[in-house]
Design a protein around this ligand. Structure first.
Ligand code: BTN
Length: 268
């Protein structure tokens, strides 16, 4: 039964994908601790550029800043291995292309226009539907970036919200926003297609176009926000995304603060 899920998903996805490099190698599991850990640990010979790891559910899903990620059956839990052909300065844009790809795929499947929140969240009606986690290892011979996407697709948001701390952005799910279940294989196909599409911008040195597209898909600008890195809280108005991908905020004294670390952003 479970093996059927794995092979059906993999076969259908491989048939649907029209990409050149992304998704040429696909791993699907019924259950994993974390697709991110699995992809990070794959040996170089088994993780060509564009390799995808998917799990129907994760037992120890990982979020950003050491948080855990609730990953029951029904969600889309996927990690993608990227062996970048762009410079290290462009790594921050990996999460931008992931978020843009997810927003496009959501629009295609549901006609819902989601909005992006720096550094790497996708929101619907101000609630988080997808988070992106980027692990970078460019030190060893096995240079790779692993981009993890956690998309709350066909699940109940209460499963997640019951576990969130009071200050966390509330979660929503595609099923609740759209009113129906979404076909996960088609959704995965759209995301992977769009990741390849946006990745090619970075390969061609067009990071500024990625920033412009990202900004068109975000409502953050002009809003008052708090950025918290666990130590310092910065309050101000969100002004822009800088050319290096950092967030620019105007503080109370009208000075501009550049936020480069990936703190937690909330609006107020
Ligand atoms: C965030 O904190 O917003 C990022 C969440 C990323 C979750 C995804 S689910 C697939 C992949 N495997 C993991 O363990 N985490 C990422």
């Amino acid at each position: 039964m479970t093996e059927a899920f794995e092979s059906i998903f993999k076969t259908k996805l491989a048939e649907l994908l029209k990409t050149n490099r992304f998704g040429k190698s696909i791993y699907v599991f019924n259950e994993l601790d974390s697709t991110q850990d699995y992809a990070n640990a794959l040996p170089i010979t088994e993780s060509v550029h564009g390799t995808i790891v998917i799990a129907r559910k994760q037992n120890v899903g990982k979020g950003r800043i050491g948080r855990s990620w609730i990953s029951p059956e029904g969600g889309l839990w996927m990690s993608i291995v990227i062996r970048p052909d762009f410079s290290a300065d462009n790594i921050i844009f990996t999460q931008f292309i992931g978020a843009l790809a997810v927003a496009d795929a959501i629009q295609q499947a549901t006609n819902i226009r989601s909005r992006l929140k720096w550094p790497n969240d996708v929101l619907i009606n101000e609630k988080k539907v997808c988070g992106i986690l980027v692990d970078v290892n460019l030190e060893s011979k096995d240079k790779k970036i692993v981009m993890g996407l956690g998309l709350n697709a066909n699940i109940e948001s209460s499963l997640i919200n019951n576990y969130l701390t009071a200050d966390a952005t509330k979660a929503t799910t595609l099923k609740e926003e759209y009113g129906n279940d979404i076909d996960l294989v088609n959704l995965t196909k759209s995301i992977v297609d769009r990741i390849e599409y946006y990745y090619n911008f970075l390969s061609r040195g067009k990071a500024l176009e990625i920033i412009a597209l990202w900004k068109q898909n975000s409502d953050m600008f002009g809003r008052r926000a708090i950025v918290y890195d666990g130590i310092e809280k910065i309050m101000g108005e969100v002004i822009d995304i800088d050319q290096d991908g950092s967030l620019l905020m105007k503080l109370g004294d009208d000075s501009i603060k550049k936020i480069t670390y990936y703190g937690n952003v909330t609006f107020h």
